[in-house]
Design a protein around this ligand. Structure first.
Ligand SMILES: [Zn+2]
Length: 482
C-alpha cells in the first residue's frame, strides 16, 4: 500500500528538542517571561528575544540556546548580541550559556536571532527565522532558548508590535499562561498579505486558518475541511474546547508538488504547499498534522535527543492512521477518496530501531518508513483488539493519555504497549521486538488488505474495471465507532 509522495515531505511533529523532561522548579518561582520583538535593522528586520526569570538557587543557571530542528543543526549560530542583566556569562560550549549570579537573582537575558531568506525545504524556517517583503515567519524552537531543567515551568510570552498593515497569526498570541516547552512548540506567520479565515467549531471554540500566497484550493474550502477535522479529533480524544490555529504558507515553486507541515503543540499546526497541490492531496497532510496536537505529545512524548526517531513509528505512523480515520469518519473523504489516497509503495526493507537512530535524518530512503510501519501496526493492533472483544485502539489511546497526564517517565512509544496490555490483556512484546526493534516490514492484516485491494502487487494483474467495496474497506480498516 500507500502514500504517493512526489517530493520529500517533512511531516514530523517536532525537532530534536522534543526531549521529555520531568524536572520541575519550585512552584514559588515567578513565571519565565519571554518577549519577542521584531526590530528594523540597517539591512533587514531582526528578531529580538528578552527573557526575564529567577536564577537557580545555587547561583548558576544554564541556558540552552536554539539547537536543531529536523534536518537543520547548529541553530545557535543565529544567536548574536547576547547580554544579561543581574549576572555574568561564563563561557560554555557554543550552544550553552552559563549564567553566574547571586542565589535566586532576577535575570534579564537578551539576544538577537539573525533572520535570513526563506529556505527551499519544508516550511523554509527550520534553519532560522525568515524575513522579507512578504513578512516574517519562524518556529519557536529556532528562536526561544530554554533553561536547563525548567522546560515545563510556567511561562508567559508577549509579542511586540508588528509593522503597520501586517496581519499576525501565531499560537504565541494566546500564550499568557503556558510553559517554555509549549512556547517553543509554536509558529509565527506575519506579513502584509497574510489573510485569516475563521470557523466556529461545534464546541463553541474558534478555529483560525491563516494563509499566505496562492493555492490551487480556496480559503473557504480548506477552512471547512480543517473545521471538520479538528472537531472530529476533539471528539475522538474527548478534548475540551480551545482555540486552534492552522497556518498555510505557499511554497513558490509553481510546477512541482510540494506539501507538508509541522504539528505545533496542543493548539496549532503549520503547513505549506505549492500551487500544484490540489485540495484533497493537501487535506491528507492537514489531517495528519492536526493529530499531532495529541500524538505523541499528550501520550508521553518522544525519546530525547538523537533517540527521537525511535519513536516516529508511533508519532508519525499513528498520526497517519488517525489522520485517515478522521478524513473518512468526519466525511471529508468518501470511502472512495480513501481508497484512492492509499496506493502502492516500496519498503526500504527491515529498518531496526538502531538504524532509525543513526540514519534517519541522513538517509532519505528511510523518510517514509515510520509512517508506513506505524500505520500498518495501528491497523493490525486495532483489528486484534476489536477481534478479541476487548475494545478498540481508541480505548488504549484514551487510557494512555490519562497515564501520560498523570506523569511518569515513559515516552509514548514505550508506554503504548504497556497500556495496550492493561486495557486488553493482550501482549504486544513479540510484535514490538519483530516490527520495532528488528524493524521487519509490518503488513496490513490480510482481511483488510483483501477487501481494500491493498494486496501485494505479486497478485495477478486485473483486466478491465473492478468494482471495489470501499465502504467495506473503511469498515474493515476502522471499525464501526467514531
Ligand atoms: Zn507528523
Amino acid at each position: 500500500m500507500r502514500f504517493s509522495v512526489l517530493i520529500l515531505v517533512a511531516l514530523l511533529s517536532a525537532g530534536a528538542t522534543h526531549a521529555r523532561s520531568q524536572t520541575h522548579a519550585p512552584s514559588a518561582q515567578p513565571p519565565i517571561a519571554v518577549e519577542i520583538t521584531l526590530r528594523e535593522g540597517p539591512e533587514r528586520r531582526a528578531v529580538w528575544v528578552d527573557m526575564t526569570f529567577q536564577g537557580d538557587a545555587d547561583g548558576r543557571t544554564v541556558v540552552r540556546l536554539p539547537d536543531r530542528f529536523g534536518y537543520a543543526t547548529d541553530l545557535w549560530l543565529n544567536v548574536t548580541e547576547v547580554s544579561v542583566d543581574g549576572g555574568r556569562i561564563t563561557p560554555g560550549d557554543a550552544k550553552t550559556l552559563i549564567l553566574d549570579h547571586a542565589p535566586s537573582a532576577t535575570l534579564h537575558l537578551r539576544y538577537r536571532v539573525k533572520t535570513g531568506v526563506r529556505g527551499r525545504r519544508g516550511l523554509g524556517v527550520e534553519a532560522g527565522p525568515a524575513e522579507g517583503a512578504q513578512g516574517v515567519s519562524f518556529l519557536g524552537e529556532t528562536v526561544i532558548a530554554y533553561l536547563e531543567g525548567r522546560l515545563d515551568v510556567p511561562a508567559t510570552v508577549r509579542l511586540g508590535a508588528m509593522p503597520a498593515g501586517w496581519t499576525l497569526a501565531s499560537d504565541l498570541e494566546a500564550a499568557s499562561d503556558t510553559t517554555l516547552r509549549e512556547a517553543r512548540e509554536s509558529y509565527l506567520l506575519a506579513g502584509p498579505t497574510v489573510r485569516i479565515v475563521e470557523r466556529r467549531l461545534p464546541d463553541g471554540s474558534r478555529l483560525r486558518v491563516a494563509l499566505r500566497g496562492d493555492f490551487d484550493f480556496g480559503d473557504d474550502a480548506v477552512a471547512n475541511n480543517a473545521a471538520r477535522l479538528v472537531a472530529y479529533q476533539r471528539q475522538y480524544w474527548r478534548a475540551p474546547p480551545g482555540s486552534f490555529l492552522i497556518t498555510i504558507d505557499q511554497v513558490p515553486v509553481p510546477d512541482v508538488m510540494i506539501w507538508g507541515g509541522q504539528g505545533r503543540g496542543a493548539d496549532s499546526a503549520a503547513l505549506y504547499a505549492s500551487k500544484a497541490v490540489w485540495l484533497s492531496k493537501f487535506t491528507e497532510v492537514l489531517a495528519h498534522e492536526i493529530t499531532h496536537a495529541w500524538l505523541a505529545r499528550a501520550l508521553g512524548g518522544l525519546p530525547a535527543g538523537t533517540d527521537e526517531p525511535k519513536g516516529y513509528w508511533f508519532s508519525e505512523g499513528f498520526a497517519d492512521y488517525l489522520g485517515y480515520r478522521s478524513l473518512v469518519k468526519s466525511g471529508v473523504f468518501s470511502p472512495a477518496d480513501f481508497g484512492t489516497a492509499l496506493s502502492g509503495h516500496a519498503w526500504p526493507g527491515p529498518v531496526s530501531a538502531e538504524r532509525m537512530t543513526t540514519d534517519y535524518w541522513r538517509d532519505p530512503e528511510l523518510f517514509n518508513w515510520p509512517y508506513f510501519q506505524g500505520f500498518n501496526l495501528a491497523l493490525r493492533w486495532d483489528e486484534r483488539l476489536r477481534g478479541s472483544g476487548k475494545g478498540a485502539l481508541r480505548d488504549v489511546l484514551l487510557a494512555q493519555a490519562k497515564h501520560a497526564a498523570a506523569g511518569g517517565s515513559q515516552t509514548a512509544d514505550a508506554l503504548f504497549p504497556k497500556v495496550y496490555a492493561e486495557v486488553s490483556g493482550l501482549d504486544l512484546s513479540a510484535d514490538i521486538e519483530r516490527y520495532v526493534t528488528r524493524g521487519e516490514p509490518a503488513q496490513v492484516p490480510e482481511a483488510i488488505a483483501r477487501i481494500c485491494d491493498w494486496l501485494p502487487t505479486a497478485d495477478p494483474p486485473r483486466n478491465g474495471v473492478v468494482q471495489l467495496d470501499m465502504d467495506g474497506c473503511v469498515a474493515a480498516a476502522f471499525g464501526p465507532s467514531i
